[in-house]
Ligand binder design. Structure first.
Ligand code: NDP
Ligand code: 8X3
Length: 251
């Protein structure tokens, strides 16, 4: 049975992907900061899907914590086949001159540096084994810009560049790299972006049917289950009612 490590599994895409991969014969290493949610998901997967789950509770922005978690993996969990770099967030939505520097640091530290910290620990395991698949959750904000999106867009542009860089670097090792760039998905993302303001958090989804975590989970399963000789490099995926980062049709 294969092992997938999913960062940010306590909600949204990460949680949905954990369940989808458990249904499809993966044992799972699940990470996040909210230990109660990690524990609940572990129990759910063990009972319902009869798969093994190891939870790792750390803040991905703290390099020492990431290193310690991976260095101390029990032997049976070390052969990681799949890394889903999903943990990430947007915080704040302001013009650049009004931006909160703490918000900027949270986004850059999580979306860019955190992704790099865990990749730096897991990629060598894959190189050593001569196989593996890294799936980076980028965003349509990784190739497009919208007003007030400045630093979030920059962080996802970095994920886009890093994904392409990884693909080239991993080429001779036979390791696949896929970047998935979603548009609007209804998760906790918007609540985090608007710092807990539920009314504001609903607005991006007003008048349209957004994507759901399950849609991205299915996409991840699809890329992971292509034959050995096929690598899907990147995917843009939006709701039918959203053409790009600024054009959405709302009823
Ligand atoms: P959620 O807020 O529902 O999930 C985010 C996950 O990231 C949580 O499990 C959270 O866990 C984890 N996370 C955040 N910060 C940290 C941290 N410092 N350390 C460890 N884990 C962290 O949002 P989504 O599921 O929507 O987001 C997942 C990814 O998808 C993100 O990278 C996001 O940028 C991207 N995305 C989302 C879109 C959307 O519209 N929803 C569209 C395009 C891309 P915990 O809080 O427990 O630590
Ligand atoms: C999240 C999608 O359009 O809010 O990455 O940036 S968007």
């Amino acid at each position: 049975m294969k092992i997938a490590l999913i960062t940010g599994a306590t909600s949204g895409i990460g949680r949905g992907t954990a369940i989808k991969l458990a249904e499809n014969n993966y044992n799972l290493i699940l990470t996040g900061r909210r230990v109660d949610l990690l524990d609940a998901l572990k129990r759910e997967i063990e009972v319902k899907y009869k798969k093994d789950v190891l939870t790792l509770n750390f803040d991905i922005r703290v390099k020492e914590s990431v290193d310690k978690a991976i260095d101390n993996l029990p032997e049976r969990w070390q052969k990681i086949d799949v890394l889903v770099n999903n943990a990430g967030l947007a915080v704040g939505l302001n013009h650049i001159q009004d931006g909160d520097v703490d918000d900027w640091e949270r986004m850059i530290d999580t979306n860019v540096k955190g992704l790099l910290y865990i990749t730096r620990k897991v990629a060598p395991i894959m190189v050593e084994r001569g196989k593996g698949h890294i799936v980076n959750i980028g965003s349509i904000a990784g190739t497009q810009i919208y007003e007030n999106g400045n630093v979030y867009c920059a962080s996802k542009h970095a994920v886009h560049a890093i994904s392409q860089g990884m693909r080239v670097d991993m080429l001779k090792h036979g390791i696949k790299v896929t970047e998935i760039r979603p548009g609007l998905i209804e998760t906790e993302f918007s609540l985090v972006r608007f710092k807990g303001d539920k009314e504001m958090a609903k607005k991006p989804y007003d008048g349209l049917t957004p994507l759901f975590a399950e849609d991205i989970a299915e996409t991840i399963l699809f890329v992971l289950t292509r034959p050995d000789h096929v690598c899907i490099n990147d995917i843009d995926i939006t709701p039918t009612a959203q053409a790009n980062a600024i054009s959405a049709y709302r009823k």
